[in-house]
Design a binder for this molecule. Structure first.
Ligand code: NAD
Ligand code: FES
Length: 296
């Protein structure tokens, strides 16, 4: 059993959980993830290890409440427990030792960027982080990234930082200075746009993919992605790949496959606890909010 040590809301639907997992905290590396299983009957959820404290024996998970299982997870309070956490899984990020790296984080993808930026900074690589959210309250982890170098925060509606998508800020950075490598994590259209911007420049671009995962061991095939025309499994061959070689169209298609089932599960959960769901504009269930007169 893994005890919750801290639960902190970072944005309207993103929560930071600090969880006891001493063995994982000792050996995890940037880019790696865990598969969390809350208990009997629950789904297995892959989550990037956003940070770790080996001395305290804890890892940090940043969770977007987007479906039933993630909504259950973010409700855990200090003292509650998670039955199983498997990991660290996946290949660590391949990181340079010098130069200038730009880390681009879109929304909750910013949490995946954080351990990469921290390790780059530790190695002496100059880091520029470009992070984005829909508006001010959706921009996360800015102070943590500011400790690693320069941060450019962006909002789609211009309510904070630079107005516009992270890709617009990236265009400016690519235009004015030397960039040796780009790391980009966020929505698929964002990662695809970043890869298309750096392709003509020949700038090494690493993206982290988030296909559906089941076992996390390369056995089930659920996380199949196509890289440079070849099948790869994100859980054992990734989750990070060369952005210039990823078949983003296939990834986007596969990510929508289970959306109706996820929405149905979220609605069943909402009925049970007296909540209603708020769908995103792209059809994804985004979060649950209390129905009138009912406390969440
Ligand atoms: P979001 O949809 O609010 O977008 C966040 C930011 O990404 C925007 O503010 C914008 O700056 C940028 N962006 C979005 N669409 C863009 C486009 N078409 N072109 C350029 N930039 C664009 O993000 P969210 O709701 O927090 O969702 C985050 C996404 O990241 C989810 O789809 C999630 O599945 C994905 N994710 C990926 C990983 C991974 O390992 N790849 C990990 C966690 C989350
Ligand atoms: Fe099953 Fe990757 S999650 S093969």
């Amino acid at each position: 059993m893994h005890r919750i040590v801290q639960n902190e809301r970072l944005s309207p639907n993103v929560t930071r959980l600090v969880v006891e997992a001493p063995r994982i905290a000792q050996i995890r590396q940037p880019g790696q993830f865990v598969i969390v299983h809350l208990g009997r009957g629950a789904e297995r959820i892959p989550l990037t290890i956003a940070d770790a404290d080996p001395a305290a024996g804890t890892i940090t998970l940043v969770i977007q409440a987007i479906g039933k299982s993630t909504s259950d997870l973010v409700e855990l309070q200090p003292g509650d427990t998670i039955a199983d956490i498997a990991g660290p899984l996946g290949r660590p990020t391949e990181l340079p030792e010098r130069g200038h790296a730009v880390c681009v984080g879109g929304g909750v993808g910013t949490a995946v960027i954080l351990p990469i930026a921290q390790e780059l900074h530790r190695r002496g690589v100059a880091v520029t982080s470009i992070i984005g959210g829909r508006s001010r309250e959706w921009v996360i982890l800015e102070p943590e990234l500011a400790a690693c170098g320069t941060v450019v925060a962006c909002t789609d509606d211009g309510s904070y930082g630079r107005p516009g998508f992270v890709t617009q800020a990236l265009a400016d950075v690519l235009a004015v200075g030397r960039v040796d490598e780009v790391f980009a994590v966020g929505p698929v259209p964002m990662m695809r746009a970043v890869a298309e911007m750096t392709r003509p420049l020949g700038t090494q671009t690493t993206v982290s993919l988030n296909p559906v995962m089941v076992d996390g061991t390369g056995m089930c095939g659920g996380c199949r992605v196509t890289i440079d025309g070849e099948t790869r499994y994100a859980c054992v061959d990734g989750p990070e790949f060369d952005g210039h070689q990823v078949d983003f169209r296939e990834l986007a298609d596969r990510l929508t496959t289970y959306r109706p089932f996820e929405q149905a599960a979220l609605e069943r959960r909402a009925c049970k606890v007296g909540l209603r769901t708020t769908p995103k504009t792209d059809g994804r269930a985004e979060s649950v909010v209390p129905t009138e007169g009912v406390s969440a």
